[in-house]
Design a protein around this ligand. Sequence first.
Ligand code: GUN
Length: 295
Amino acid sequence: MSTAKIIDGKQAAARVLDKVKREVDELKALDIEPALAVVLVGDDPASHVYVRNKVQRAREVGIRSVEHRLPANTEQTTLLNLIDTLNQDVKINGILVQMPLPLQIDEASVIQAIRADKDVDGFHRENVGGLVLGQPVLTPCTPSGCLYLLEQALGDLSGKHAVVVGRSNIVGKPMAALLLQAHCSVTLLHSRSVDAPALCRQADIVVAAVGRPEMIDASWLKPGAVVIDVGINRVEHEGRNRLVGDVDFDNALSQVSAITPVPGGVGPMTIAFLMKNTVRAAYLQYPLPAQPAAH
Ligand code: GUN
């Protein structure tokens, strides 16, 4: 019988959102209504679902959200003009442009156009650089949510060996930077790593963010490891669509001390940290007393 703890991301996200809601109420008492602008270009069905969820969650915590929907054939200059307007709008604290963008638009230029202190995704160069330098900048939502889950599961992460599998700009790289800041020894694995399973077996903490269904099984894991699975992969199983992570959950369960499920693990944390970042952005933009300490 496995005694592994299944980490409940929905419950953890609810705790984060509770605190965000209290902070929103405090800002409203100062006559500030935190607001998030969400920009969606085109008709990608998954993006529509993500945006709907973000807007819904914002409403639940009292953050005003403003949706901008642009057609798939929107030119880059039109989008950049909208971002410029939102940058200058003092009533907008956070700007999120849902990715991916249509091919005629250069994502990097769009990210750089967003004011760094309104970049609630934490993708702007200034925020990426600030994170690496250990400055108190806006940090990407998914890895920030993963760090929260790890600290809840393990407490102090100092001295732990963390292995991050996958080197994307959105998850892998910022995750490695956050874990380093939390005083872990960090190994970042990728497609050119030699004997990735052997390196991964040394880890106290594994964060899987590769986008390959069930790639990591018990043979990659040290007994007692804590596993955070960022993957959300849609697979056909017995004629039905099913969501699985990058970790073979059932197989890993006997080996780990704690693991996130898919769905219901990291997913809810991403939106919770988007709301948290929107409140942080409001604090960055107003000359207010210091924001209350984190969690
Ligand atoms: N598309 C998939 N994930 C993300 C994300 O974290 N932020 C944005 N803006 N778009 C995404």
